[in-house]
Design a protein around this ligand. Sequence first.
Ligand code: ACO
Length: 370
Amino acid sequence: MPNAHITGWGMAVPQKVLTNDDLSKMVDTSDQWIREMTGIRERHIAAENESSASLGAAASFKALKMAGLTPDDVDLIICSTSSPEHIFPATACLIQDQLGASNAGAYDLSAACSGFIYALQSGAQAIKAGDANTVLVIGAETLSRFVNWQDRNTCILFGDGAGAFVLQASDKAGGIQKGVIHSDGSGGDYLTIPSGGSKHPTTEATLHAGQHFIHMNGKEVFRFATRVIVSSTNEVLKKSGWKAEDLRMIIPHQANRRIIDAAARGLELPIESFFMNLDRYGNTSTASIPIAAVEAAKEKRLRAGDKVVLVGFGAGLTWAAMTIEWTGPLLKPFEKHYINADWYKPWAFLRRILKRIIRWLDTFLFDRSE
Ligand code: ACO
């Protein structure tokens, strides 16, 4: 059975930065309150022409470039997102098109802030089962589009961004080890966007009631998070036969510094064992773990051979943890294909037009109109 290795990674965040001081001009809050209660200083907010798919595609190009692969090498794209561009088509399909990944199946996965770990688990299973050789796992969010910018309980928390990992099959030891995933729908109403789905389709009434925005019971989510971040880390360590001392670091979902402080106390680990960058990005939901991993690797705090735990929690309620032996690119430099995103983007656009023309010709030539 092949192992699933993380051989490339990339991230993309919008250019626009919204600081706590900017927020204090919009709602009754302050930089001091936000920093003390959450640890967040600023977050990135998508411009009008940016979306979950465009950020996801930008992160993916970087991840593929690092792995030395082209979009055509990808067999499967899994996009974890809670802010998909549409109910359907899947954001993963839009990314597939933007990349020009013509050999890939693509689907979205919805497990909120735990989603990236759920998606890694699915991608690794596809590789281990022999169904795929190369999987692109993406976490992409533009939750700013669902935030009520007049609700100080939620608007201070969230930011936009995307991260992507390339998973590749190899007989080499290491890579993704064990995963644990959990859910408890009885707490679904603690963190929800009440309307816009099939239960409450958007109407004038739902709009007036602000049900298209994120609604959160912060205290309940906080209590839940501090409990499960400890229990799932312990569970996955036990399942892997690892000890906390073996770890190079834990990369937790970047929701709130106080939640991570509580996890450090619960696991009896120094806070330095936890990678944190939430001060600069806020809570980017499912994108937060890959964005943190990309920065940890860039800062050389995460290197090939390091043992690491990813742990996440979020709406659903969902929570998940995973052990990984970090790898890095498998291909030697001379074996790598150096892709140029600027070249691929126009090609993907051209390909989209050509595919539409071919579909039209197919209907016309083979009389498939009825
Ligand atoms: N600025 C200033 N004051 C505020 C703000 C603000 N932005 N927000 C709330 N307050 C006030 C409240 O009105 C309240 O005032 P009062 O005592 O006069 O009534 C006081 O501060 C305390 O408010 P609480 O909501 O009780 O504060 P709490 O200690 O719960 O902290 C927070 C709020 C930071 C949101 C916390 O509950 C939290 O982090 N929860 C977890 C949230 C989270 O991580 N969500 C994402 C999960 S991942 C996912 O799936 C997307």
